[in-house]
Design a protein around this ligand. Structure first.
Ligand code: SAM
Length: 288
């Protein structure tokens, strides 16, 4: 505390780090409380902390003490170039899903523009909005769908974060392909999805995930495979000739996912790994 009674932001950060035991987490919390980040945060370290900032920080620390995930407490989380609003209505975007976007973009780049894309089960909008943000062009169409109206509210709120690329985005509610207008059948250059793929009784799911994240975003029937199977089965109906399906899968679902792709009549099926080296992404194509 300074002679004039004020506390510099740097001191609030140090104190928060003592409380949460981690300087990086403490920085994210202080950035959120201060309403600035990056270079702006570092330039403000000598500025006095306001009462509002302390109240906000205290509220966040109380939620962390209750066991809530840091990302929900902060209210936003990074995914590729975007900072996405996240709360309990949506899954927290995971780093391995960034790999899904890499394969989706690689497939798109092999095709003539403009592209039509569907992100099925979009949640926060992570995959579809990252694609719109990174490859926006005239005529691009990115459909964000979800069965959850709550999730789509979050995805809509995140539209603001992609600037003019928002003009490419369409939002539609419904179960998998049912959300899409039927006249778009056979016209998608890319169908991409990170569906729920965990078996309901999988005891490897961390308690904090099971307790806080939406069950409908995590778990699927049929040992976790029901959604993957449905998405794969419908792909040839919705993809344009030569279009690509990219689906995130569980690390032990490789064989079933490839078999499903083959029986759906898709070709060139393969499984790609995530940065941790786990089988994670099914990539397959509709014949040209
Ligand atoms: C694993 S989360 C993925 C969220 C986001 N795409 C991401 O990667 O962070 C799965 C999403 O699928 C949605 N979902 C579950 N069942 C669905 C269905 N039958 N039709 C459409 N979306 C569904 C959930 O609401 C959830 O948002």
């Amino acid at each position: 505390v300074r002679a004039d009674g004020t506390i510099p932001l740097r001191e609030l950060w140090a104190e928060t780090a003592r409380v949460v035991g981690d300087r990086h987490r403490a920085r994210w919390l202080c950035e959120t409380a201060a309403g600035c980040d990056g270079a702006e945060f570092l330039e403000s370290l000598d500025d006095p902390v306001t009462e509002r900032m302390v109240a906000h920080l205290d509220a966040m620390l109380a939620r962390l003490r209750d066991g809530e995930p840091l990302q929900y407490v902060l209210g936003s989380w990074g995914f590729r170039r975007l900072s996405l609003l996240v709360d309990r209505r949506v899954l927290i975007p995971r780093p391995e899903t960034e790999t899904v976007v890499d394969h989706a973009l690689a497939a798109l780049r092999a095709r003539p523009r403009p592209w039509r894309v569907a992100d099925l089960g979009t949640g926060s909008g992570a995959i579809g909005l990252a694609i719109a943000d990174e490859v926006w062009h005239d005529g691009l169409q990115v459909w964000l769908t979800d069965a959850s109206a709550d999730a789509l509210d979050v995805a809509r709120a995140n539209l603001a974060g992609v600037g003019r690329a928002a003009s490419a985005v369409r939002v539609a509610q419904g179960s998998w392909y049912e959300a899409l207008p039927s006249d778009l059948g056979g016209s998608f250059d890319l169908i991409v999805s990170n569906p729920p793929y965990i078996a309901v009784d999988d005891d490897r799911v961390e308690p904090i995930v099971r307790e806080w994240e939406p069950g409908g975003a995590l778990f699927a029937a049929d040992e976790g495979l029901a959604a993957v199977r449905e998405i794969v089965a419908g792909a040839t109906t919705w993809l344009a000739p030569g279009g690509t399906l990219v689906v995130e899968i569980g690390t032990d679902q490789r064989v079933v996912a490839l078999a499903a792709a083959n029986s759906a009549g898709l070709i060139d099926s393969r499984i790609e790994r995530d940065p941790a080296g786990h089988d994670r992404v099914l990539v397959a194509r509709r014949a040209a």
